[in-house]
Every structure is written in C-alpha cells, then in structure tokens.
Ligand binder design. Structure first.
Ligand code: PEP
Ligand code: MN
Length: 445
C-alpha cells in the first residue's frame, strides 16, 4: 500500500468519465485545485471511521442522505439548511426511537458528478452527450451545454467549500442545539408524522427541562448543543479527486480532501478499474455500492483491495437491489463477507433499485417500494444474525413531488407540480421523516 500514488488510477481502465478536449485547460484547473486548501481534514475522516466502526458493531447507526446531484442553480443557504434540518429530524427520530447514536453524513458539498446509463441522449432525432452532473457539463440540451468543461470543477469546489462552511456553522453555532428540537418542525406542520414528531419533541423538551433542573446544563454537555455532521459523495470524477488529495502528516497516508467519506458507484466498481484503484489508497471511510450484478468473486477482490487492513469502519457495503430482490442477493453477499472474515458496515440504499418511469414520463420511485426494501434489508439481517448498520437515501428538505406515495400522498399526476431534481427523484421532507419512523421501528423491534 505504501507505494500507492494518487495518480495510479490513470493507468487503469476508466468508465463514466468525460474525455476533455482541451487538455491544457484541464491541466491548469488541476494545478489550481492542487494549490487550494482541502475541504476536510484527516482527523475528521478518522473520527468518522471510528463512528462507522461503532455502526458495524450495532453500537451506532449511519444516516446518509441528500441530493442525488447537487446543482449550481439550486445552490442556496435555505436549501442547505432545509436538508440539514431534515437530517437532524430523522436523526432525532432514530436516536429517540431506537436509542442508538446516529452518525450523520450528508450527500452534500461534493455530490456533483453522475454516472449515466447511456453515454448519449437523443431528443427529436438529435444526439448529444448525456448530462453528467454540473461539475462536468450542463443539463441544457445544446452542443455547448453538453461539452465537458474542466473549469466547472473550480465552481464545484467553491460551492462545496461554501456549503461545508455553512454546515459547520449550523453544526456548532447553535442551530443544531437539541433545545431547538421544536424549531426544526417549522414549515412542517401537517400530517400524522409531523404530529408524531411534535409529540416526540415535547417529550424531549420535558426531559431537557428535567435535566436542567437537575443541574445538567448545556454548558456542561457539548453533545447537546452541537452535532458532528460529515460530508460524502461518489468519487467519480477522478481528476477532481486526485487534485484534492493531501498527504496526512500524522499517519503518512493520503486523504481524499474532497469530503469525509467517498463511495464507489455500482457502475464504476470494476475490481481492476480506475475508481477502485483510487479509493483503495486513501485513508477515508469508503462506501461501495452493491447492486444485483455484484458477484462473489468480485466482492472478494474488492474487500481485499478496499480494506486490506480489515479496519473497522473503513468499508461500508451499500446494498441497492430493489424491493423484492433483497432476499435473493443480500444473503449471498453476507456469505462472502463471512467467509472472508471481512469487517464491513451493512448499509441499505432503498432508492437506486426502485427507479421507474411513470406513465406521465417522469422518472420516479414509488415510496411503498422504498419502505419495502428497507424492511427486507432488516428482515435478512435478522435472519442471518448480522447487523444492519445504516441507511443511504436521496432526499431534500424542499417540498418536492418526485417520489410517489407517502402519508401526504404524491400521485403520478402530481409529479409535474414540483419536480426539481437534476437527476434522480428524491424523497421530500415528509416522506423522509416517514422513512425515519419506519427505520426506528425496525431498529427497536
Ligand atoms: C447514486 O448514488 O446517485 C447512484 C448513481 O447510485 P448507484 O451507483 O448505486 O447506481
Ligand atoms: Mn442517484
């Protein structure tokens, strides 16, 4: 491992990455990024790894969520605050309901590059490259818009830095103080789950009043006034990732300085490919998406490559099979992990195996299937005696209509009302909270 170089991925076959026409421009952008400060620090990545190690043992639970893709034109303080707020609400439901510490990781401050199922898109007989996320090209269906432009990496870096700055302020500057548990419900007052949340918030407030009366105040307890909130994204655009790699002087290892945790997508996990080569050498916690096509042979190689030291919390396997398919695939992955004696965090992504096209032409996800996949994930782990370590999902604090169903039922006809995602359909705040209540029930049953 010591000979690993941050450029080694360049010698491996790469998929899902753009071919930049202007190599000079690319080199200049890479040079600039390499001079910029890293977005995260090695000590933070190590702390997250320790927290994920606890999740692997069932002593904590990972809550990972956010946009499918962050977008330049949807960048605002309110959008960041609202996603952060929903994460806090969900974490509160899980902590209160399941009595476990929740490790909070946003798909934020770097989630800009997207793998696509086809390299090009045809509209009215015109064929252009697919949109690959704002860090690469534009959604606008024009030849200029779809041409990959390396300078977009600089804008992505700037947006990530500003997002992270606000998240750090929210986490430690009073917003995340547990005494605000009622404030987090603002703008979210309708429906059965909101009432259930308010009821829980009342009980938490009572407990806090009791603790204050007993002399346990926020000044004596940091954990009640701040949260640890981490960032994550798919490490897809390796030029960007390499440029933000920094050597950690404490450990002598390389840090992916672009986010606390990075993951490898289901389309880029070739055991001898560029993405695995990059991820294996960085010290951060790593996620590996596992879809139905993951074989035992590949998984064995990936476990050995991505966690050669078998470190606890280093590797999360993020299962995304689709409702109805978990019982077929998860047990065989569990067998492989067992036979290898590998240390992993089992995480459920109930989003990516449940994407369909609605009759009205929108890409959507029926919320029922999302809930069902989560239930199947827990059922398999119960059956196998293994530990469900977390959930990974796509959501937003905005009141969008992208996934159908939920207590405030979104119908197929509603999809066109507030469909704002630049990529995959996300849960809205109400659906996200409903999911959290279900997960809390599963965890405490
Ligand atoms: C994603 O997480 O947005 C994604 C594309 O996932 P997967 O690689 O599992 O398809
Ligand atoms: Mn997605």
């Amino acid at each position: 491992m010591s000979e690993w170089q941050k450029t080694d991925w360049r010698k491996k076959p790469r998929v899902q990455m753009p071919d930049y026409a202007d190599q000079d421009n690319l080199a200049s952008v890479e040079g600039q990024l390499a001079q910029y400060p890293p977005l995260v620090f090695a000590g933070e990545a190590r702390k997250l790894k320790t927290a994920l190690g606890a999740a692997a043992r069932g002593e904590a639970f990972l809550l990972q969520g956010g946009d499918c893709a962050e977008a330049f034109d949807q960048f605002s303080a309110n959008a960041i605050r609202d996603t952060f707020k929903v994460m806090l609400q969900m974490a509160m439901v899980l902590t209160y309901g399941a009595k476990v510490p929740v490790v909070k990781v946003g798909r934020m401050a770097g989630q800009f590059a997207k793998p696509r199922s086809a390299p090009t898109e045809v509209v009215d007989g015109v064929e252009l490259p697919s949109y690959r996320g704002d860090i690469i090209n534009e959604l606008a269906f024009t030849p200029e818009g779809r041409t990959p432009d390396p300078r977009k990496m600089l804008q992505a870096y700037t947006q990530a830095a500003a997002t992270l700055n606000l998240l750090r302020a929210f986490s430690t500057g009073g917003y995340a103080d547990i005494h605000q548990v009622h404030q987090w419900t603002l703008g979210f007052t309708e429906g059965e789950k909101a009432a259930k949340y308010r009821d829980m918030a009342n009980r938490i407030s009572d407990t806090l009043d009791f603790m204050t009366a007993a002399g346990i105040t926020s000044t004596t307890n940091h954990a009640m006034t701040t949260v640890d909130f981490y960032t994550s994204h798919e490490a897809l655009l390796l030029e960007y990732e390499e440029a933000l790699c920094r050597l950690d002087t404490t450990s002598g290892k390389w840090l992916a300085g672009s986010g606390h945790m990075v993951w490898i997508g289901d389309r880029t996990r070739q055991p001898d490919g560029a993405h695995v080569e990059f991820a294996r050498g960085v010290l951060n916690p790593i996620g590996l998406k596992c879809g139905p096509s993951m074989t035992a042979e590949d998984l064995k190689v990936l476990l050995a490559k991505l966690n050669s030291g078998n470190e606890s919390g280093r590797l999360s396997l993020i299962a995304r099979f689709g409702a109805g398919k978990v019982a077929e695939h998860l047990p065989r992955l569990i067998d492989t992990v067992r036979s290898e004696g590998a240390n992993v965090v089992w995480v459920c992504d109930p989003m990516h195996g449940n994407t369909i096209k609605s009759a009205s032409g929108f890409k959507t996800r029926p919320f029922d299937l999302v809930l069902r996949e989560v239930q199947e994930f827990f059922a398999v782990h119960r059956d196998q005696g293994t530990i469900p370590g977390g959930v990974h999902f796509e959501m937003t604090g905005q009141d969008v209509t992208e996934c159908t169903g939920g207590v405030r039922a979104v119908t197929e006809e509603d999809l066109s009302d507030r469909y704002h995602t630049a990529c995959d359909p996300r849960l809205n705040a109400s659906q996200a909270l409903e999911l959290a209540f279900l997960v809390a029930e599963e965890l405490s049953s």
